[in-house]
Write a protein that binds this ligand. Structure first.
Ligand code: MTE
Ligand code: HPA
Ligand code: MOS
Length: 779
């Protein structure tokens, strides 16, 4: 079948600033930066056992290899041996004990990568192994808790469950996921005068990378500069873990006083870095004959891996999205985090939200089969209301609710009802191949749930030749942030984008920034850029009368009439009194005008009381829906996505082409999570599938044959940059509709009278097993 991409691309949207360079292969990533004079290459010595006591580390033989410059273990760290981003439970180099296979024990810098690699193999480790904890069940058995449980509760969930007409319950599993950014983790550390260190780091969070480097080197943050031009993908995997590479490279660079480059090979990257948190969740749902949900309880058990990293924030986001798009009067959400002897799990697109959403969507799917009703009807009657039934379990009001609107739209545009009939007809006439179709809604809260992180800065310079330089604290990782910032800067200042240059992100230009994460990169940095532009416009407007009156003798210009538009400054009441931007800037400079401004923004009016589990943690919500149709080969378990329809509320989109790209990319990445991406550890805690031949991410052939993507129209969002909405993560969980469609196809074997037992991911193997169970199930 021919692939149709029905969504239209407007040729008026400016294209991604790296688009042409990517196609030509001329984009410069950190590893493409030319070698520095005297540059050394680094490698790591990592733990071969999942848990154990380090008895000795012998580096003598490795030190003797010609070309080896230095080997560092925990003892040689001049500052604190710590790189935990929130809780200080993650040593930079293992000291005394190891907690997972792949944990860094020693660092080597050598003339070449090959020498460093060879030297690493000669470091002799004597580690006394201990029994590791490798599953959530084992962690629960041994009470290997990371932190005390967290809880959000409303109403009387137990009492109501007791009196409900129907109650269903179950345990739901969703697996981890490898980020598979194309550019692996990297840092080039260059020592400067005295203790100074400059890191070219592949990080989503330059300020934290700076802080961690300062910590391990035992110096002030003012001595460390972190610079990042762009990332070759990150997806949350570089929110904290890039700090590790920067810390390791900087330690070697500080010791040798030479530039040091540390980059991970693909299999090393995949083996030692953390993944999406797998979840095991126990749930109960109580409802009436019509399918009104009356009570829901869920206990999330998240596998943290060996250290905290961002696990508590990820769990929190799962808990804050446990009810997805539904008003549930009685609800209890419990969150547990468990320590295992695996690499510490980390942020990954969705940040817990997909894990939370999947549990309730699966429960609703089961309710529908149980009641023999159309699952969409059940979803619809439980959607949050507009004027009532509109408070979340944590007390916030669900405002600007666009669920019903999008639902109506997508039911129509996806031809859901008629296609479902065709799916059922297909299934009646086919024995070994079955089809399925499903819809899900997605509600996603926008803001860092750690309220103070919702701040950003920008630094804008207008030069005397009228060219403009914009620095902001966000990171370009392929999502188009720099292009959006360019568009915001141009629109806010009233000049063309050709006049503006966005520089690499640099901690000495904009300090104390937050990670580019939580989908809020353009929201936060966009507002900071706007704030800088507002300051500059005020200054331009105050000097404009003087300049314009000099150019047009006899004319009187009032500051309040001055307008900056289309690269010129003019009086709106007498438009001929006008000056081009270049000429104006050179004159303003001669008149000693300050043409530089630091912008700042913090999201107003958000808070969350963790112990009580109440608050207003989000600035706003985004809404989206998807319909997926799949075809499942019952004999091989192969799943083909026949068609997907995606509708996303991106507000008044700053760049619809970029945003549609995000919707498609997020959905397809989600597809990998729910179908083919399966992380396999052996009994010793070693990752078995650390390469693309055994770990299967989606490719172009997994993209649906027919893919329709629509951004909601007339969707201006109040109090955000140019009325837009965040779009980076929310489309990811839309792929759960494909997973539900697989369930539907399997359930058709028994005419939807029995419930398929399926977890995430529904790999070919899992599908075949689920089909077997279905064939054996009683109707
Ligand atoms: N898109 C691309 N191409 N590459 C990425 O690494 N990361 C995602 C999303 N889209 C990512 C991406 C994640 S996890 C987040 S949080 C957002 O982009 C971050 O960028 P934003 O806040 O500017 O949307
Ligand atoms: N998303 C991503 N990263 C974060 C968050 C979040 O909500 N909170 C802290 N770090
Ligand atoms: Mo995204 S997981 O918040 O980097």
């Amino acid at each position: 079948m021919k692939k149709q991409l029905k969504h239209t691309i407007s040729h008026h949207d400016p294209v991604h600033d790296s688009a042409i360079k990517h196609v030509q292969g001329t984009t410069v990533y950190i590893d493409d930066m030319p070698a520095q004079t005297g540059e050394l290459q680094a490698w790591l010595v990592t733990s071969p056992v999942a848990k154990g006591k380090i008895k000795s580390i012998e580096t003598g033989e490795a030190q003797m290899i010609p070309g080896v410059h230095c080997i560092i273990t925990a003892r040689e760290i001049p500052g604190g041996n710590q790189m935990g981003p929130v809780f200080h439970d993650e040593p930079c180099l293992a000291d005394g004990h190891v907690h997972c296979i792949g944990q860094a024990i020693a660092l080597i810098a050598a003339d070449t990568f090959e020498i460093a690699h060879h030297a690493a193999s000669l470091v002799k480790l004597d580690i006394e192994p201990e029994t590791p904890i490798l599953t959530i069940d084992e962690a629960i058995q041994h009470n290997s808790r990371l932190q005390p449980e967290r809880r959000i509760e409303r109403g009387d969930p137990d009492g109501v469950l007791h009196s409900c007409k129907h109650v269903l319950h179950g345990q739901f599993h969703s697996g981890g996921q490898e980020h598979w950014y194309l550019e692996t983790q990297i840092c080039l550390a260059v020592p400067g005068e005295n203790d100074e260190m400059t890191c070219y780091s592949g990080t989503q969070h330059p300020s934290e990378t700076q802080a961690v480097v300062a910590e391990v080197l035992g110096i002030g943050r003012n001595q460390v500069v972190v610079e990042t031009r762009r990332l070759g993908g990150a997806f949350g995997g570089k929110e904290t873990q890039a700090n590790h590479l920067a810390a390791w490279a900087s330690l070697l660079a500080a010791k040798t006083r030479k530039p040091v480059r540390l980059r991970l090979t693909r299999d090393m990257d995949q083996s030692i870095t953390g993944k999406r948190h797998r979840f095991q969740s126990d749930w109960k749902i109580g409802f009436d004959d019509d399918g009104h949900i009356q009570s829901y309880t869920v206990i999330f058990n998240a596998d943290a891996g060996y250290a905290s990293d961002l696990t508590m924030a990820i769990l929190e986001r799962a808990m804050l999205h446990a009810e997805n798009a539904y008003f549930i009067p009685n609800i209890r959400i419990i969150g547990n985090t468990w320590k295992t002897n695996l690499p510490s799990n980390v942020a990954f697109r969705g940040f817990g939200q997909p894990q939370g959403l999947a549990v309730i969507e699966n429960a609703i799917d089961m309710m529908a089969r149980f009641l023999n009703k159309e699952p969409n009807d059940i979803r619809k009657i439980n959607f949050y209301g507009i004027h009532d039934r509109n408070t979340a379990p944590y007390g916030a009001t669900i405002k600007e609710n666009r669920l019903a609107l999008i639902h109506e739209k997508i039911i129509h545009s996806s031809e859901y009802i008629s296609r479902k009939k065709l799916v059922d007809d297909f299934n009646n006439f086919n024995h070994d191949v079955k089809r399925g179709i499903a819809l899900i809604p997605v509600k996603f809260g926008i803001s860092f749930t750690t309220a103070f992180l919702n701040q950003a800065g920008a630094l804008v310079h207008i030069y005397a030749d009228g060219s403009v330089q914009v620095n902001h604290g966000g990171i370009e990782m392929g999502q188009g942030l720099n292009l959006k910032m360019l568009q915001v800067a141009a629109a806010e200042l009233g000049v063309s984008i050709e006049r503006i240059k966005i520089t690499p992100t640099n901690t000495s230009k904009v300090p104390n920034t937050s990670a580019t994460a939580a989908s809020s990169g353009s929201d936060l940095n966009g507002m900071a850029v706007k704030n800088a532009m507002d300051q500059l416009k005020t200054r331009i407007k105050s000097i404009a009368p003087e300049i314009l009156e000099e150019l047009f003798p006899g004319k009187k210009v009032l500051p309040e009439n001055v307008v900056i538009e289309n690269d010129s400054i003019f009086d709106s009441t007498q438009k001929e009194v006008c000056c081009g931007f270049e000429e104006f800037c050179s004159k303003a400079y001669l008149k000693q005008t300050h043409l530089s401004a630091a912008g700042y923004y913090r999201t107003p009016d958000i808070w969350f009381d963790r112990p009580k589990g109440v608050g207003k943690p989000f600035h706003y919500y985004t809404y989206g829906m998807s319909v997926s149709e799949v075809e499942v080969n019952l004999l091989t378990g192969r799943v083909k996505l026949v068609r997907a329809d995606l509708v996303e509320d991106a507000g008044d989109s700053i760049n619809p082409m970029i945003d549609k790209g995000q919707v498609i990319g997020g959905f397809v990445q989600g597809l990998g999570w729910v179908t083919t991406e399966d992380i396999k550890w052996n009994k010793e805690g070693k990752l078995l599938n650390a390469s693309p031949d055994t770990y299967k991410i989606p490719t172009i052939s997994d993209v649906p044959v027919e893919l329709n993507v629509e951004l909601l129209e007339n969707a201006y969002n109040d109090n955000t940059i140019r009325g837009s909405k965040a779009v980076g993560e929310p489309p990811f969980p839309m792929a759960v509709s494909a997973w539900l469609a697989i369930k539907y196809a399997i359930a058709s074997i028994k005419n939807h009278k029995a419930e398929p037992m399926l977890s995430i991911p529904a790999t070919n193997e899992e599908v075949v097993l689920a089909v077997q169970r279905m064939n054996e199930a009683a109707e």
